[in-house]
Design a protein. Structure first.
Length: 99
């Protein structure tokens, strides 16, 4: 499953690391190209009670690339940033209602 995480802050990076550990294909979508490039190059380091892990994930600042073929998008931005992010989602994602 391809998962795009929009907002690679602490919550977004934790989700990215856990999903990558579970076998998902993860892409981080950031609005800062420099940070996206750094994440693409260096990956994510995770330390927990099980030890340390280093995970390489895709990262980009290009919404078209980040959202291409995405099956699940997780919006991990601050509440006040939601209005800025939703316009990039609407052309590429369709919302589905579930139970």
């Amino acid at each position: 499953m391809r998962v795009t995480i929009i907002g690679p802050g602490s919550v977004g990076l934790l989700w990215a690391a856990r999903l990558a550990q579970a076998g998902a294909q993860v892409c981080l979508l950031d609005y800062k190209p420099e940070r996206a490039a750094l994440l693409q190059e260096k990956g994510i380091s995770l330390e927990d009670s099980q030890g340390q892990a280093h995970l390489l994930v895709e990262a980009t600042a290009d919404p078209a690339q980040g959202l291409a073929h995405t099956e699940l998008a997780l919006l991990c931005v601050k509440a006040y940033q939601t209005a800025q992010v939703t316009p990039i989602l609407s052309p590429t994602c369709r919302l589905q209602r579930g139970c």
